[in-house]
Design a protein around this ligand. Structure first.
Ligand SMILES: [Zn+2]
Length: 376
């Protein structure tokens, strides 16, 4: 409400009580009521407005009684009384309506202040995507799943027994050297086979699987492994492997060749050829390295395959009877005279680097979104 000095309306003292004079006075009063109501902008304004018109003592309605009704001559009293009575509910109504207006105005002001524009773009959360290593690992696993293999996992912190001894690593094998293996500190008081280390391959999972499952067994074991390697373009102290194990009666080297040839074709395309070279691993006999025809030049020879047309990709072999003997300590069904099997293992990063043309293994682990975003 504007300041009181601007409220110009005062109840006139009537001297003329003719109908037309009364009509005029009432019109003037209503127009003042309307104007003052329109000027009310807050609840405090409204209280002043209400009191000005309705206060028992000296409110405008009270003044009407004194200045109009009491002043009216006897002949006009009835007419004036009727008009003053009619005015009361109209003023009350106007006061109530004014309050309703400012209250709804206040809530609409509050609404305006708290307005939420649902069409604004908002904060966009970027969708996560598979890391290229995990993606490649899942592709490798997928190929073996289609052949009926299941997935087994094991601990990353292993005992010397599972990581080396049960896999037929001779006591002086270089892999047991601290140069290659990250051992957990303060283990010297334990017997060698109980000492903890970061597993150097996922092969311990093969032993753990055979200990809990009788043959036939067909499993792939994906996971993170650790070597005490200085990082360079193709070496990282952390990398991933997928190993596989198949044990049954009458498993032969032909099964191994056919399985890996199929897996490499599933991974790199049906035109890829494989070949097997004699190799050595403590836990397989005979052992082989598997090469695939160069996926870059198709076998013609290029810089990537050092002009040979072939790329070495994984190791494999027939499970050494000594390994079955370790498994048979807990699961006698692994009798090397009754069963046979093959195992293979591959580095996931190496395959991912080939598939995606990545030259630095460290890029997988640097957490650079510009690099990783390319695989989303
Ligand atoms: Zn090539």
């Amino acid at each position: 409400m504007e300041s009181c000095s601007e409220l110009s309306y005062t109840v006139p003292k009537l001297t003329d009580f003719s109908t037309s004079a009364l009509d005029g006075a009432v019109r003037e009063l209503f127009s003042a009521l309307e104007q003052e109501s329109a000027a009310v902008a807050s609840e405090n304004d409204w209280k002043a407005f209400r009191d000005r018109w309705m206060a028992r003592k000296n409110g405008i309605l009270t003044q009407l009684n004194d200045l109009w009704l009491k002043a009216a001559p006897g002949a006009n009293k009835r007419d004036v009384g009727q008009r003053v009575n009619d005015l009361k509910p109209k003023v009350e109504q106007a006061v109530d309506a004014t309050l309703a207006r400012i209250q709804s105005g206040a809530s609409s002001g509050k609404l305006a202040a708290e307005r939420l524009d649902v069409t604004l773009p908002g904060i966009r959360r970027t969708l996560g995507a598979e890391h290229p290593v995990i993606k490649t690992m899942n592709e490798i696993i997928g190929g073996f799943r289609n052949l009926g293999y299941s997935v087994e996992e094991g601990p990353e912190i292993e005992t010397d027994y599972y990581n080396f001894e049960a896999l037929n690593f001779p006591p002086n094998h270089p892999a047991r050297d601290t140069q290659d293996t990250l051992f957990i500190a303060w283990q010297e008081s334990k017997p060698l086979r109980d000492r903890l280390l970061l597993r150097t391959h996922t092969s311990p999972v093969q032993i753990r699987t055979m200990q809990k499952m009788k043959p036939p067994v067909r499993v792939v074991c994906p996971g993170k492994v650790h070597r005490n390697d200085a990082p360079d373009a193709t070496h990282s102290p952390i990398f991933h492997q997928v190993e596989g194990l198949a044990v049954d009666t009458n498993i032969t080297f032909c099964d191994l060749k056919g399985t890996l040839d199929h897996a490499m074709k599933a991974l790199f395309g049906s035109s890829v050829k494989t070949r097997f070279y004699p190799s050595f691993f403590p836990f397989t006999e005979p052992s082989a390295d598997v090469q695939i025809s160069c996926i870059f030049c198709g076998g013609k020879g290029c810089r990537k395959c050092k002009q040979s047309g072939w790329i070495e990709l994984l190791g494999c072999g027939m499970v050494d009877p000594a390994v079955f003997a370790f498994a048979a300590e807990k699961q006698p069904a692994y009798d090397a005279k009754q069963i046979s099997g093959f195992a293979f293992g591959m580095g996931v990063e190496r395959i991912a680097m080939m598939k995606y043309g990545i030259s630095e293994i460290g890029q997988f682990f640097a957490g650079d979104m510009r690099f990783l975003g390319q695989f989303a």
